[in-house]
Write a protein that binds this ligand. Structure first.
Ligand code: NAD
Length: 358
């Protein structure tokens, strides 16, 4: 595999929260392939069809721990036992519509869970880098046409978005109070950043009310894909795009701990900012069959209509850039779902990572 990070991850102890989830399973596979010792902390996977289960990554990494990030003492215990050097915190309740049903739990996991992970970082001197994953939805969305920049105010209409806005506020506070770059080397040795991706798509995601899983479920049954918000515009990106950004950022933070401990957007280029209808159509094009049905309802729960990220900062200061255009993103995503039933899924993921980095 081409190593975009010059052997940086080889032998590093990396703790990934949410490793059983969609993004976390891909990150764990990529880190494992680069020679990192991955410690995964998460809940049980949601289904037997998840990328985590089918790829068997849980059996390949150093340790696969099932624990709840809301347990502060347990987190500290795990960190003390495995002494991670780099932490990627992805564990969350990540669904907007579900957050209307379980707002309290969404806040408990996304805000208090994040705080417990930061406290575990604080109590574990081996940790040098913490990359905290929030979302593009952490910004106060005023449905503006231009993309949000990292200094825009946090906010959020629904409980999920606002919980991630609140997590951002907490991360900023912990950085100022406990991991302040001006105290680096004197009071602490931690570089802490937060990262915000767009709408992430790719193989192995089966979450409810997300467009790609909805498309695949429909294509595997009726062939008719029901679209709730056909005109909603989102920054779509393949899962490997933000992951490449998180990994590059962690490397830079390791090398220059006080220079990169900030918020970062890792979204797609403007041409990948498409409507839900367009994205679903591109999946149909790749499968060669299927049909879209507009089921929009004016009384539906509020979901943002327009959301874009400005990624100039990551481009200029990190030298990161999105590698895939919208067509390639749809193809890579569709390929996984076309092949997962008949092929070795771990090898399939590695092949996709190889295609991506090559
Ligand atoms: N998928 C996207 O489009 C997207 C976009 C932007 C940001 N994000 C963020 O990326 C991260 C990963 O998202 P995903 O799409 O992979 O979600 P996912 O639902 O597939 O995975 C979530 C992971 O968090 C774990 N988790 C949930 N509650 C937990 C708890 N209480 N204790 C321990 N672990 C817990 C789950 O077990 C799972 O491993 C989340 O923080 C999410 O908010 C996702």
């Amino acid at each position: 595999m081409i190593d975009l990070f010059n052997n940086f991850y080889k032998g590093k102890r990396v703790l990934v929260t949410g490793h059983t989830g969609f993004k976390g399973s891909w990150l764990s596979i990529w880190l494992h392939e680069l020679g990192a010792e991955v410690v995964g902390v998460g809940l049980d996977p949601y289904s037997e069809k998840d990328n985590f289960v089918l790829s068997g990554i849980g059996k390949k990494i150093k340790v696969d721990i099932r624990a709840d990030i809301r347990g502060g003492e347990k987190m500290k215990q795990i960190f003390a036992e495995y002494q991670p050097e780099i932490v990627f915190h992805l564990a969350a309740q990540p669904l907007v519509r579900l957050s209307y049903d379980i707002p309290v739990e969404t806040y408990e996991v996304n805000v208090m869970g994040t705080i417990h992970v930061m406290e575990a970082i604080r109590s574990t001197p081996s940790v040098k880098v913490g990359v905290m994953i929030t979302t593009d939805k952490c910004y106060d969305n005023c449905e503006q046409l231009k993309g949000y920049v990292e200094t825009d105010p946090f906010g959020g209409y629904d409980p999920y978005s606002s919980s991630k806005g609140a997590a951002e506020v907490a991360i900023q506070s912990w950085r100022r109070s406990f991991f302040n770059p001006s105290d680096y080397g004197k009071k602490h040795h931690v570089s802490l950043a937060s990262v915000r991706a767009g709408n992430v798509i790719g193989g192995g995601d089966w979450a409810k009310d997300r467009i790609i899983p909805d498309c695949i479920r429909a294509l595997e049954t009726t062939g008719i894909i029901e679209i709730r918000s056909p005109k909603a515009v989102r920054p779509w990106e393949h899962v490997l795009e933000p992951l490449s950004g998180y990994m590059l950022l962690a490397q830079k933070m390791w090398e220059k701990p006080t220079e990169f401990c900030e918020g970062w957007n890792f979204g797609p280029e403007q041409e990948s900012v498409l409507t839900v209808w367009e994205v679903a159509s591109s999946i149909i094009d790749n499968f060669g069959f299927g049909e879209l049905k507009d089921v929009s309802n004016p009384n539906a729960l509020h979901e943002a209509k327009l959301l874009m990220l400005n990624i100039n900062k990551a481009k200029t200061r990190l030298g990161w850039y999105p590698r895939l255009n919208a067509k390639q993103t749809a193809k890579l995503t569709s390929d996984w779902y076309k092949r997962y039933k008949t092929e070795n899924v771990y090898d399939l993921c590695v092949e996709e990572i190889n295609n991506f980095v090559g």
